[in-house]
Design a protein around this ligand. Structure first.
Ligand SMILES: NC(=O)c1ccc[n+]([C@@H]2O[C@H](COP(=O)([O-])OP(=O)(O)OC[C@H]3O[C@@H](n4cnc5c(N)ncnc54)[C@H](O)[C@@H]3O)[C@@H](O)[C@H]2O)c1
Length: 193
């Protein structure tokens, strides 16, 4: 395959340049433009160096998934680079790494910001991938609560009584609930965009 360096390439945006995300991007990035976003400059430098060394076309941006403006700026940058055909979100933390509040803010709210922002810039026929977890099937959220979650704006999710009273109890529960809510966020985005 011969690549034209001046061609406007399809864009792959990865939020969270960790182990799973970079493995996914590596498989699909040939001939495409990669935009890596991560809170860690060190991670970005290492991963972009590895990608460039292998011949991939890559740009980086410091992004804080906890901040709506930062995630929106990342989505805008992706759109400026070309047609955003792939968005992958692996900016997350596991229960052994941090506390319930941080898990909910990153894995639930941060993912919500990303789904909201990329829903506005992705090209026709594009695909988004949010890495949830099998733990998303371990704690059934009552139907009425799920409906409430589905109709609550992302920035207000932390204020829901269910989140404050149930999900905050421990990091394991927070993780299961955040990962189940990721399913709802994707379902809502697919239904409304
Ligand atoms: N690794 C597993 O076995 C596994 C299994 C199931 C689900 N998951 C989920 O997959 C996702 C990715 O897992 P991983 O193993 O690749 O994790 P990882 O720790 O290797 O990568 C996560 C990346 O997110 C970045 N990040 C953290 N906070 C951020 C923030 N505020 N803003 C922007 N970037 C931030 C980190 O710097 C890191 O590069 C997570 O959501 C995790 O819960 C992982």
């Amino acid at each position: 395959m011969i690549f034209d360096r001046n061609e406007k390439k399809e864009v792959i945006a990865l939020l969270g340049a960790g182990s799973m995300g970079t493995a996914i991007v590596r498989r699909i990035a040939a001939g495409r433009k990669i935009l890596l976003g991560d809170i860690s400059e060190k991670n970005l430098e290492k991963v972009s160096h590895d990608f460039q060394y292998c011949g991939y076309d890559v740009e980086t941006m410091i992004v804080n998934a906890l901040e709506k403006d930062s995630v929106e700026a990342f989505a805008q940058k992706a759109a400026v680079l070309g047609n955003v055909m792939y968005f992958i979100d692996t900016a997350g933390a596991s229960p052994h790494q941090t506390n319930s509040e941080h898990i909910l803010k990153l894995d639930m709210v941060g993912t919500g910001y990303a789904v909201d922002a990329f829903g506005k810039v992705m090209a026709k026929g594009s695909a988004g991938l949010i890495i949830s977890s099998q733990t998303g099937y371990m704690y059934p959220i009552p139907y009425e609560t799920e409906q409430e979650i589905l109709t609550t704006p992302t920035e207000k999710l932390m204020e829901l009584p269910f989140i404050k009273e149930v999900a905050m109890q421990n990091s394991g529960l927070a993780y299961m609930i955040a990962k189940r809510i990721n399913h709802l966020q994707v379902m809502k985005a697919a239904a409304t965009t």
